[in-house]
Ligand binder design. Sequence first.
Ligand code: AMP
Length: 174
Amino acid sequence: MTSPEELKKYIRDIADYPQKGIIFRDITPILANKKTFREVVELMSVAWVDKKPDLVAAIEARGFIPGAAIAVKLDAGFVPIRKVGKLPFTTIAESYQLEYGTDQLEAHSDAVTRGQKVLIVDDVLATGGTASAAVRLMRKLGAEVVGVQVLIELSYLGGRERLSDVELVSEIVY
Ligand code: AMP
């Protein structure tokens, strides 16, 4: 198994993308390598095997990539959590704070049956605003959120504090 420090070699840091001051953590090199992609899916699944989630709900767009593979691995269904206006059926929305203004995440209103166990997946936890909105969205639909799994945690942005009411697991910490 490749260590978290070794995996960092497959994450490309791109300065000032998509805006000045942001270091974008590009995971495409991890995904393109069959060994690191498989290992990352295994790492992101292991904490949840015993929790037996019914569904993996992943956040558009990069969360979908590990999220779908984790769902298959955990024998769970898959739910897309998307930006506004992308889902075709009736939706339910949850707002979250951006640096300037607010944004919303949506899921289909029938995506979860009340009481189903849901694991939330994304690629990167930065300020935690997106993941905490996903947790609230799933709870609004009646989900029992078993946890949040991310590949990368940017600990210097303090996102973990915004997720204090849920189990959060990350594999690679900066
Ligand atoms: P936040 O709501 O601040 O935790 O931002 C998390 C969301 O934005 C995730 O869906 C990430 O894909 C994306 N994101 C935020 N910061 C970065 C970054 N530095 N590199 C890559 N993706 C990021």
